[in-house]
Ligand binder design. Structure first.
Ligand SMILES: [Zn+2]
Length: 360
């Protein structure tokens, strides 16, 4: 992963080209993997750019469905969120597949202040919220085909911290060395005595991938600076898993009824990255993206309308709440075909017109 701080719209479009090509090239590999590991996997996580589960579990793109929001805060009572989750569960069940939901929170073992801004760095509060959300899933879906688990993501080493069915039993994968099938099966069965065997078998590759990834991070002696915020993209919407680089984007999903607050927070974090000299102030992008699958039907046109609406919505909030970010902002609006991960541009603007009322 070269991080020669390439930024800006053209960089993003090029990145999408390459990832879309890789996604298409991997389609038979993904089908093979799916045949072997049919469990549908979702991850509920913070918009923080460091939390990239395909990277930290060494899993092919398109296997883990990400849902992102500020702090990883979600509530099945949110109208749009519960519709999307319920669609996903029904889709899985009709195909005879189990569902595994990673309910995540994040922190850094070396310094509280590298933890979650969405929770004011209060890891206990973040953990409690994750446990509450897991319990909500159990209340709604029972104990059966849908299994939610609480999982911490420790970002200094990119380690997963698995919480058992008993909330007090916790295993930090950075402390696990053994990776044989039997040892991992034993580990997971002791954490999750009621988890269907099918899910255990489909979770093992992710656990093994994370143990391997942590060993690589240790061996590379990754400097801590790399784990600090350097995001230069504010992503609004869905269908972002092609944006595959750590520390690149704050992504705000459309699930939260107080979406405007999440956008404002992300905009402030971006501005902070500029003010503290961590990123190039001339390459900051507001990227709005929506997802569709069926190019022939209304879904395609709806995705387009939604992208235009969300982009305007986000720009209005930034103008009102974080106007100092505007002079730095480039705007890219489009939608992504989920079958190819190809992003189609609807609008781009390399600088936002700012009304110059305060001239010196
Ligand atoms: Zn966070």
């Amino acid at each position: 992963m070269s991080n020669t701080q390439s930024t800006g719209i053209d960089y993003l479009l090029d990145l999408n080209d390459r990832h879309s090509q890789a996604f298409i090239d991997l389609s038979s590999e993904r089908r093979r993997y799916r045949g072997e590991h049919p469990t549908e996997i979702a991850a509920l996580k913070c918009m923080d750019g460091r939390l990239h589960l395909p990277v930290i579990t060494q899993t092919a793109l398109g296997i883990i469905q990400p849902f992102r929001n500020l702090g990883g805060k979600f509530d099945l009572g949110w109208p749009f969120f519960h519709t999307i989750i319920d669609q996903w569960v029904r889709y899985s069940i009709t195909r005879g597949r189990h569902c595994l939901v990673f309910v995540t929170y994040h922190y850094a073992r070396g310094d509280t202040h590298r933890g979650c801004r969405g929770f004011n760095y209060d890891t206990c509060a973040a953990k409690d919220a994750a446990i509450k959300l897991k319990d909500q899933f159990i209340r709604v879906y029972g104990k059966g085909a849908v299994v939610p688990i609480v999982c911490g993501i420790e970002t200094d080493l990119d380690a997963l911290v698995l919480h058992g069915e008993d909330d007090n039993i916790v295993v930090d994968l950075a402390k696990i060395k053994q990776t044989s099938q039997i040892e991992l099966e034993e580990l997971l069965s002791s954490l999750y005595p009621n988890m269907p065997e099918r899910i255990v078998r489909d979770m093992i590759p992710l656990v093994r991938g994370n143990i391997r990834h942590v060993a690589e991070i240790r061996a590379s002696n990754r400097p801590i600076a790399d784990a600090e915020h350097k995001e230069w993209v504010l992503g609004v919407g869905r269908g972002f898993d092609w944006l595959h680089l750590i520390n690149t984007a704050f992504i705000v999903g459309p699930f939260d009824p107080t979406l405007s607050v999440a956008i404002e927070t992300a905009a402030k974090l971006l501005k902070g990255n500029i003010d503290e000299g961590r990123i190039d102030p001339n390459g900051v992008v507001l990227l709005t993206n929506t997802a569709f699958r069926d190019e022939a039907g209304p879904e395609y046109h709806l995705a387009r309308e939604k992208a235009l609406f969300l982009s305007k919505f986000a720009q209005d909030i930034i103008k009102e709440k974080v106007p100092d970010l505007l002079p730095h902002l480039q705007v890219l609006t489009g939608f992504t075909d989920m079958d190819t991960r190809k992003f189609e541009t609807i609008e781009r603007c390399d600088s936002v017109p700012v009304s110059k009322k305060k001239s010196a």
